[in-house]
Design a protein around this ligand. Sequence first.
Ligand code: CP
Ligand code: NVA
Length: 313
Amino acid sequence: MTRHFLRDDDLSPAEQAEILDLATELKRDRWSRKPLEGPQTVAVIFDKSSTRTRVSFAVGIADLGGSPLIISTANSQLGGKETAADTARVLERQVAAIVWRTYAQSGLEEISAGTTVPVVNALSDDFHPCQLLADLLTIREHKGELAGLTMSFFGDGASNMAHSYLLAGATAGMHVRIAAPAEFAPAADVVADAERIARATGGSVLVTTDPDAAAADADVMITDTWVSMGKEDEKAQRVAIFGGYRVDRRLMGLAASDAVFMHCLPADRGFEVEAEVIDGAQSIIWDEAENRLHAQKALLVWLLEQQHTGSAA
Ligand code: CP
Ligand code: NVA
């Protein structure tokens, strides 16, 4: 049965842990698995800009013995003359998997519904689940177990990153806090899904407008750009609203003394994070960026294994 990875809760807690363990193995022994040997091709499609995702998928697919085919939508028929569903039908006859960075989550749902190869969300307006696999791997490396840790996100609560922290953190049994202005609160259905997952894993969810409450004794302090891709026209309004949610030295001082700071990057120093924090001793952003490679390789290995073993969801 074809498994897809469109949002963080497409993986059960056990599956998420299995992929993180595999990522640790692949980080130790980078060229140990060659499921794409042939080479088989993986299509990696970008409707939006990227540095980390583009590089880590290209390098990771090559590490696995495969051939990455990087497609910019601007230079393809997708989104212009051709639907996502028709594009997927063409690709699936030739590639082992489809990785897509796009705007609407519905596009990913549309192609995965009619496709026989795994589809991976490389960031949509609603979720960035590949980033979360890398983040959880990084937190685990620095803190040991994930379950029971408090992970606090500050800024745009309605963003892809906030939504993914809610779902992936709850899946890992973490206490997830989102501090955001009321008008940028996370989507109610995502919060409800995270709460349901957290009840089963022993985690918890807190959504608040109070950044100090979210920071108190937190183990992991996180922010992201205030102006996600596609929201550039709202920049002035967003900068005005999010000012109180900047992660600065004062806010870090409220967290646990051994708290780490994370940011998926790219970052706007002086806006969502003070330079002294992102470039300071508690920041683990470069490990986080590197771990995109290892986490995504593990995800691809796991998805391809599901294809071959025919495992059910
Ligand atoms: N963090 C992340 O996804 O970075 P890119 O936009 O550079 O891929
Ligand atoms: N929230 C950001 C993440 C970038 C990796 C965006 O969507 O632009």
